[in-house]
Design a protein around this ligand. Structure first.
Ligand SMILES: [Zn+2]
Length: 118
């Protein structure tokens, strides 16, 4: 049985989830916790959790402050991702720097992209 908080490749093998330590190393210090019921969300600091904690499992530690649900999802902070891109690449949301091909995305971008596709 598949874990709903994990990604699987085409052969059905589990893809290792991003961890707190991986995000911190990429310069992302917060995660978004989303309620799957009412869509309320919050950004939480992740440096208080063990570095080997999978980001998709952070939501297991919370309850929605709006409706009380425990049916939550967690992912890297998009706002922190944008801040890293702005700081390291000079990128501004909604525009692309001149002369930088899309392949120039760094590890922080691939972290956020992978989490968003799960
Ligand atoms: Zn809720």
């Amino acid at each position: 049985m598949r874990n709903p908080r994990r990604c699987y490749d085409a052969q059905g093998r589990e893809v290792a989830p991003e961890t707190v330590g991986g995000l911190l190393a990429a310069g992302i210090g917060r995660a978004e916790i989303w309620c799957n019921g009412c869509h309320h969300h919050a950004e939480v600091a992740i440096d208080r959790f063990p570095v080997d904690t999978p980001i998709p499992d952070l939501c297991l530690r919370f309850r929605c402050s709006a409706c009380g649900s425990r049916n939550l999802s967690s992912r890297p902070s998009v706002m922190d991702h944008y801040a890293v891109m702005r700081e390291r690449k000079g990128m501004v949301y909604g525009s692309a720097p001149k002369g930088s091909p899309p392949a120039a995305l760094d590890a922080a971008a691939s972290v956020a992209d992978r989490a968003a596709s799960c």
